[in-house]
Design a protein around this ligand. Sequence first.
Ligand code: PLP
Length: 364
Amino acid sequence: MAPYFGARFGNPSSVHRWGREARVALDEARERVAACMGAHADEVCFTSCGTEGDNFAIFGAFHALRPSGRIAAMTTPIEHKAVLAAVHQVAREGGEERIANVLPSGLVDEVSFASHLDDKLAIASVMWVNNETGVVQPIEKLAHQVKSAGALFHTDGVQAFAKIKVDARAIPFDLLTISGHKLGAPKGIGALYIRRGTTLEPMMHGGAQDRGRRPGTENVAFAVGMATAAELSVAERDHECTKLAAMRDAMERGLRERIPDAVIHGADAPRAPHVTNISIPGTSSESMLMALDLRGIACSAGSACQSGSTSASHVLSAMGVSPDIANAALRFSLGMLTTDAHIARVLEVVPALAEKARGMAVPA
Ligand code: PLP
């Protein structure tokens, strides 16, 4: 990225040589991100983050299809707020909001999902991997069903991209969101895959960048960083996932041995290996998080964007988890820098803290 902050600082829309140099870098970055997901370069729209990609997919589809009578947006109650809030907004703008149920396993209830498919549906959005539990949805099957109903299918692939093979040639999603900072790129860059032939109403109006889909001067340096991060994540994916799964399993096994009544959310469903969400009955997420932080262990109760909020996770609530168990949830994320020593430290600290917390709990 460094040259594009300095010597190659041209604006890719300028016609002079410095502009053309930046344009080449941007075009190459787009091609490289596309190649990582079996896409054509013109199907990749750079965004500022995953939230923007999710919003663009939902509003872009709703606004483009509304005149044809397709006015409904369907999603699930376990989505990231970037999707859930966008779907709520569709309803406020006179469209229809539909929420398919999820099962206690964390998987989408396919009967409920199918019951929402009709000729009023503009778009269905189902996340590929859940950010709080790691549960992996059957995206290929759901995409086929939505396509058969004549609607657009969007998947929030923010947590999936570096963990699961994402191939636009193999799975018929129309729209897929990714976010740079989940891949090791800087915060402030993302991309929305838009299948050729899919018309989205732009969210912003202005210049002709990205053929008018997303006006505004592009962040060339971050796009270049995103391309490299995407290539590295895909190249290292299988090796990384094997390593993460082994560490996640060791952590879950160790915690269960030491705390037999610990509940691992989503454990009965297929899961990506980088998230584990554990409730220790009789403890509170909030006080455990603070105590863990003091001991150098960073984890969260729900998604990071919700930290600070004291309400139970909407994901666990939708899975039917009782409020007292949901309020005892700790979500640990494992990544490329996680080591066996970190897992050992969690196994040493968490059970000791839990024992202390439970000892201090006021008997009912
Ligand atoms: N979707 C999911 C599943 C996420 O986990 C996140 C962020 O954590 C987002 C969307 C939002 O992405 P961003 O933080 O890039 O806006």
